[in-house]
Structures are given as structure tokens and as C-alpha cells.
Design a protein around this ligand. Structure first.
Ligand code: COI
Length: 357
């Protein structure tokens, strides 16, 4: 098969597993579609571009990325409109960010035509897996890891780039409770916080587990130097509504530049609402909850979409966030706007939707 962009070999699964999936009950990240896209980087170029049945890899025990962590990924989503067409949301932003992560981790970068060609070929063959049930979508996981077999800390010379997909429902089934983390850090200036590398997630698991054992769902990371300013949450960027303005931590080399975050900022500005990207101290947030000037706090990300928080825990005290009526909630307005845009129910005024043809 030849896609519009690059030549990709297609080997189809003998039997589809789609009948085994209940599309009205889609836990996050548990069901994998029939196929995956795979490409290998060797001898200085990408080769063996294939769409093949979703299946295991055979890996060397000495695989460099298992030891030294050259492993990066992206998260993106595809949707179906009422005509049954498949639409991706801002895929080039993920391609750009993946290459920023690759550069920071000293890995091969991926040409646009391979990233987009692989995505398009995969979504064409697995188009039936894109849900059209409410609040569902096809989560897309592009990722890349070093495949050299050696011991010793040096960049791999070979890489595998793979994309697989999962039909998913909501990431959080109820508003999460966030704990402000002031002991552990996710990232520090000069580090890899802005890169979507596997190690950032591994490092967050132990502090998150401690928070979960204390009754919270997720962490709100603070800056590495003073533990004074809010950074991000690991699964999402963080946004507040304070005095009617949308306020969010400015991105830096320790915060992931979320595509959903950027989209929300553009949408909210287009509505004439002020947006402030700046340092946000935890003291400002707590004071805002206490005096009522902070009316909403929510996470923004591909997986979580827009997720209002139910409480914020800080230094042993829980601060409840009052549920805002749907008609006056900015988070709800943003969620509905993005949902209508992504499912083709409203005009794509930003030119963000990419149709698979
Ligand atoms: C995403 O939002 O796509 C992420 O990668 C976050 C992860 C929690 C699934």
C-alpha cells in the first residue's frame, strides 16, 4: 500500500478483535486496536515502515533503552463526526513535541511524512475502532525507544518508532483530589521536565502512590527550588479561574507544553476572557479558595481532556472546591467547545482538525 506521504507496507490481521470490546464501557488504555505502525531507524535513516497486527516485540535483554531510558512518547486522540469520518486533533503539534523530546534525549528525530504517514495509514485500517459513543475517542500512542544492544551510557544508534491505538472513555471517572507535593519533585530547571520521556512518569509514581495512600488521586507538583509555585500534574497541565480570568502556570523547561493547554488558552482568549500565563503560587491558590476569588481548578490534557478538581490538599489540610453550576462553569464551556469541535458538530474555526481520507 502507498499512502499519500510515504510507502508503507500493510499486513492485515487475520481476524479483528473488535467484537470483544464493549464500546459503551471503555476503561482507559485497556483495549488495543487490531493494528500498529512500526518503523526502524538504522544506518542513519528510517526504514521498514509497516502497518502490522498489534503484537509483541522480541527484545534483547541488553536493549539500551531498558537500561538507560531513551524512551519518549506522545498522547493524541482521534474522533468520529456524525458522517462517520475520522478526525485527528492538531497532530502536527504532537509531532513537533515528539521531536523536541527526541532532541533532549539525544534520539533520532522523525520526519513529518513518517509521523503523519504512519498515523494516517494506521487510522485508515483501524477506522472502525474510533468510537462514536459519548465522551469516547481513540487514544493514539506514538512512542520511540533505543534498540541498540550494549551496556554503557551512550546514545543508541538505532531506534524503533511505533504507534498503536486504544478506544477510550474518561480517564478520571470522578473529579480528582489533588495533593500539593512539597517534598518530592517531578523536574528541575535544566532537567527534562518539558520532554515527554518515560523517566518523568517513572519518577512520579512513588510520590503519587504515597498521595493515593493518603486518599488523593494525583499530585500538583511544585517548583524544585522553593516548593512555592505550581508546575503541572504529570497527567495534565493545571488551570484556575481567579476573579473571572483563566490563570495557568507559564511553561518552562520543567513543565510539559500541553497541546490541550495551548488550545484552551487560544479558545478562551477568542472568547474575550483574559488569560494569564505566569507563576502561580500555592499561597495565591489557597487564599483564592478561602476568599472565593478562585472559583474553578481543573486539569487539561489529551487523556484527561478537561477535569475539574474536587479538592486540593496542602500541608495536611484539604481545601474543597465548590462544584460550579454547569451553565456558569468555564471548564464546562471549554469541554463542550472542544467536544463539539472534535466531533464535527461545530465549525473548525481554528483549523485544528485533520481529516483522515
Ligand atoms: C496524555 O494526556 O496523553 C498523557 O500522556 C498522559 C497520560 C496520563 C496518559
Amino acid at each position: 500500500m502507498t499512502t499519500d506521504l510515504v510507502s508503507i507496507e500493510l499486513r492485515k490481521a487475520g481476524r479483528s478483535r473488535i467484537e470483544e470490546v464493549d464500546f459503551n464501557n471503555l476503561p482507559f488504555g485497556k483495549h488495543f486496536s487490531d493494528h500498529m505502525f512500526v518503523a526502524d531507524f538504522a544506518d542513519g535513516h528510517w526504514q521498514n515502515l509497516q502497518v502490522v497486527p498489534f503484537s509483541d516485540f522480541t527484545l534483547s535483554p541488553a536493549l539500551s533503552s531498558l537500561h538507560y531510558g531513551q524512551s519518549i512518547f506522545e498522547g493524541m486522540k482521534a474522533y468520529k463526526n456524525e458522517e462517520g469520518e475520522v478526525l485527528m486533533f492538531r497532530p502536527l503539534e504532537n509531532w513537533k513535541r515528539m521531536n523536541e523530546s527526541a532532541k533532549r534525549m539525544c534520539m533520532a528525530t522523525i520526519p513529518e511524512e513518517i509521523f503523519m504517514g504512519g498515523l494516517e495509514a494506521l487510522l485508515r485500517v483501524d477506522a472502525d475502532w474510533v468510537p462514536n459513543t459519548p465522551d469516547s475517542s481513540l487514544y493514539i500512542r506514538p512512542y520511540m525507544f533505543g534498540t541498540d544492544t550494549f551496556l554503557g551510557v551512550a546514545p543508541s544508534k538505532t531506534y524503533r518508532f511505533c504507534i498503536f491505538t486504544c478506544p477510550v472513555g474518561a480517564y478520571y471517572t470522578k473529579p480528582p483530589k489533588l495533593k500539593v507535593e512539597t517534598d518530592y519533585i517531578r523536574s528541575a530547571p535544566g532537567g527534562v521536565g518539558y520532554a515527554k520521556c518515560a523517566g518523568n512518569y517513572a519518577g512520579s509514581m512513588y510520590p503519587t502512590l504515597l498521595a493515593q495512600q493518603a486518599g488523593y488521586d494525583q499530585l500538583m507538583w511544585t517548583d524544585a527550588t522553593e516548593h512555592k509555585y505550581i508546575e503541572e500534574s504529570g497527567t495534565m497541565n493545571i488551570m484556575f479561574v481567579i476573579n473571572g480570568k483563566l490563570v495557568t502556570p507559564a511553561t518552562s523547561d520543567s513543565i510539559l507544553k500541553g497541546v490541550t493547554r495551548d488550545s484552551i488558552i487560544q479558545v478562551v482568549r477568542s472568547w474575550g476572557i483574559d488569560v494569564e500565563e505566569r507563576k502561580v503560587s500555592i499561597q495565591e491558590v489557597i487564599a483564592g479558595i478561602e476568599d472565593g476569588s478562585l472559583t474553578e481548578a481543573f486539569g487539561a490534557g489529551t487523556a484527561v481532556v478537561v477535569s475539574p478538581y474536587s479538592l486540593i490538599g496542602y500541608e495536611g489540610k484539604d481545601y474543597m472546591l465548590n462544584e460550579v453550576p454547569k451553565e456558569s462553569s468555564l471548564a464546562n464551556r471549554i469541554f463542550n467547545f472542544l467536544n463539539d469541535l472534535r466531533t464535527g458538530r461545530s465549525e473548525d474555526s481554528f483549523g485544528w482538525m485533520h481529516k483522515i481520507v
